[in-house]
Design a protein around this ligand. Sequence first.
Ligand SMILES: [Zn+2]
Length: 159
Amino acid sequence: MRKVLVNEKNMAWVTCEKCSNTSSVDLSNLSKISGSIHIINYKCVGCATVFEVACEFRRVNRKEVSLNGSFIQQQPMEDYAGRIEIIDISKTGIKFKTRVKYNFKPGYILKLTFTLNDGRKTNVNQIIEVKWVSGQIIGGEFKNQDQRTKTDIGFYLMT
Ligand SMILES: [Zn+2]
């Protein structure tokens, strides 16, 4: 049986065994427990062949949070800034929600500032690259992370 990885938007790309047509499948109706595997009956959009696919949700050390913060857009320079709510954090990236919809696109560079709800109320300044946008929800990857921030977030994820 074919195995595919489910990405952060709960989508998986499946290639048909018969006609090699590749298309995405939306798995957001499944339970999104990291590391879990679901077997689905996939119907090829090209040739209508039905076959089983094992879909694996990525195992990530991710923490669901609700932290207030702000962003300043760095690239392209458009001087956008606003308030955000951090939804989850992992070692490599972050998911957050903006109050209103901005026209972010993958590749945009933002500077985020937020405060962790740890004992020390650690203040974090972090550059991210936008990886995906879904309405007011943005997924980003940490860029140029300094050692202190790496340590602060690593420690926060363990608590
Ligand atoms: Zn096919």
